[in-house]
Structures are given as C-alpha cells and as structure tokens.
Design a protein around this ligand. Sequence first.
Ligand SMILES: NC(=O)c1ccc[n+]([C@@H]2O[C@H](COP(=O)([O-])OP(=O)(O)OC[C@H]3O[C@@H](n4cnc5c(N)ncnc54)[C@H](O)[C@@H]3O)[C@@H](O)[C@H]2O)c1
Length: 406
Amino acid sequence: MSAPLRYALIGATGIGAYHLAALRKLEETGRLRVVAVADPALAKDEALAADLAARGVAAHLDYRAMLRGEAGLDVVVISAPIPLHLEMTTACLERGLFVYLEKPPVPLIQQLETLLAAKGQERVGVGFQMINARWVQELKAGIVAGALGQLQEIRIGAAWPRLDAYYARNSAAGKMTLRGEPVFDGPATNALAHLIHNAMYFAGETQTGFGVPEEVTGALYRTRAIESYDVASLRCRFPSGVRLTAALAHATEEPFPFQVEVRGTAGRARVSGDGTIFESDRITFDSRPETFEELVEKTHRQFLAFVQGAQPFAATSLEDTRGYLLATNGLLLSSGGIHPVAADSIRTYRRGEEGGYNVAGLHEAVRATVETGALFTDLGLPWAVETPPVSVHDLKTIDFASLASS
Ligand SMILES: NC(=O)c1ccc[n+]([C@@H]2O[C@H](COP(=O)([O-])OP(=O)(O)OC[C@H]3O[C@@H](n4cnc5c(N)ncnc54)[C@H](O)[C@@H]3O)[C@@H](O)[C@H]2O)c1
C-alpha cells in the first residue's frame, strides 16, 4: 500500500471538531494521516493543543505558517469562517494541494469566478455533505430515471428558529461583511444552504449534474437587529423550465423541520421532518436515518477516493456550486438589499435565558410555500415586498457592497 496521504486541517473547533473526528476514523484505514492543524484558538485551547501534541500532530496558530513550514502536505481541509475561504483556498491551490472546503465555498459569484480561474481549481471539493444523504441520492436517481415523469417543480420550506446565542456565536454571525470581507450570513446562505444546493442537484439532468438557474426572483428580510437577513423567499427558473420555490427562515418561534417536494408530470415525492419522513407514489426510499457525523465521514471518504484517483470527481466541485451561488446572489440582486419586516408583525419570545423573534404568519407561509409553490408576495403577507425577476444567465459579478448596505 502507498504511504498515507498527509492531511492538514485549518479551523479545528466548531465544525472542525467533526472533521478531525472523521479524519481520525479514516486514519484507521491507513490511507491518510492528519499531520498538522492551524487555528489561532490553539493559543487558548489547552486540551486540544495537548491532544494534538500527544498524537504528534504539528499545531500552528497561523495557517500561512503551516503551509510554509509543513513539507509534503497533500490535502488541506478548510473549516474556518466563511470570509476566510477565498484567501485560504487560493493559498492552498498556489501550493498545488487538494482542498476539502467547507460550505458555502465563498459568498459571492465573483469570488467563485476567481477560484475557478485559479490553477488546480479542480482539486477542490466543497463540503456540502447533505448531497451524500441516502434520501438525496435516491430522490435524484428517481428523478433522473423519470420516475416522476418530466421534472416540473421543486419546493423547499424550513424554519429553524435561531436564538440570541446563535447570533453571538462568532463575529461573522448576522453579518453581511466582516473587516471588509463578504460574509452574507443568513438561512439561505449558511444554516439552510444545503437545501438550495440540493435543489440545484435535483434540477441537474444527470445523476451527478447540478442545475444552474437562469432567472431569480425573491426577497431577503430582516427581523432582528442584524446587518444581514433572517428570512428568505426565493424563486428560480432553470433553462429546462423547471421552477424552484423556497422559503427559509430563522424568525419563527415554532420550528418547521425542512420539507422538500419534487413534482413531475407523473408524480411527486416529498421528504420532510428534516429528512426523516418520506412520501412518494413513485419513488421508494430507504428511510434509515443518517447522522451529521456519518455524512461528514462519507463525504471525506469520497474526497479521499477522488484524491487517490479512485473516483473521477468530488461530490461537489467548485463548478457544481455555480447554481447555488447564482440562486443566492440573484436573490440579493432581485431583493435589492434587505427589507425590514414591519415592527407590528414581529413578536419577541424567551427560551430560558435567550430571546427569539417570531414574524406573524411566517410559519404558515413556509408551509404554504411547500404546499402551493407560492412566494411570500403571492401569499399576501403584509410585510412581503414585490421584487423583479433578474436574469442570472452569465452573471459574473454583483455589486455586493452597495446591495449589502441597502
Ligand atoms: N457542513 C455543515 O453542515 C456545516 C455546519 C456548520 C458550519 N459549516 C461551515 O463550517 C465553516 C466553519 O464554521 P464554524 O461554525 O465551525 O465556524 P467557527 O467560527 O466556529 O470557526 C471554526 C474554526 O475556525 C477557526 N479560525 C478562525 N479564524 C481562523 C484563522 N484565521 N485561521 C485558522 N482557523 C481560524 C476558529 O478558531 C474555529 O476553531 C463555515 O464555512 C461554516 O459555514 C458547515
């Protein structure tokens, strides 16, 4: 067997801890070894620093020092905050390394274009691990096999309430920019971004392909006193004529576990309960649940096979995220910035020590989006704002600075 691939991890706490755990399980196969970790938090996290030292893993506070100092690295896993993704990925590609990059790859379409123009960009895999969920693969296989007839519509709804601590979790939370770098934090572009990426996957015409929308309509709304948004209503039209409608929110008191409905000329399929309930007249699902940890490990296994040449592609390449970026950037463009929800539609609530925000009628509107394919404006919500459709065909850049401040 060849020598184990030499892995490094940038960002070791938060989601990084899950990556470290997954990589340690894969170390048992003898195919890789985590040789270095870079994270400024190691200056204070004595337990992690001691654990790394005990395993002979080099600890760095600065990722650039790690890239300069560690000879013979093969793969870097980037699990650092979103505004750092572009510079870190660029630095890794300049050294000819493979990169497993946490989602979202970057916030802006122009940043994706920059990465796609970089030498070695095909060595990047993006960690949208939900693509590897059994139900996502089964639904996609059913669509591609024509089980639902001609694909017509994809609908998505989710309300995952987020309380004060979520917005205090790090300095990028609830921000559009941080120290001049784009963040674009919010349900469609962070916590529920997987659902938009999955929708692009369902719209793709082959088992491994991703759809790219040509027109986007929608609006972003702000309920809390944040720079960014906590409610999104989105419609995308694909060149095939397929339509995606999505409602994604953090500003409800009651959760609405995600629902995905896919409709074709011959039938429909719905997955709900955050991927635990399956209904379809035409597709049979294997409903065994999978944990977040299992999906992260599966995605690492797949990326490892890609690095070793045993698989021709990573689950999600940079180019595969074009649809996600055009959907979310087109949404901001169509929205023309972020719209405040009228104060008389907002109620605050407490959960123990923490506060949350609830928008009147939002929970019902998320459900209605899945049931009818309506945008919030179609549902007559008093705070919903009519916005124009924008063409994202060939969209290469958006004026983020002015959109982020309007
Ligand atoms: N795949 C998923 O389902 C999923 C879920 C949550 C978050 N994420 C993504 O994971 C990434 C990290 O998110 P998080 O919530 O763990 O963030 P976080 O703010 O907790 O930061 C992660 C780690 O990065 C470190 N870090 C900060 N600055 C750094 C620097 N300059 N160099 C090296 N390390 C640095 C932090 O100290 C921390 O250990 C983001 O892209 C986020 O969107 C993915």
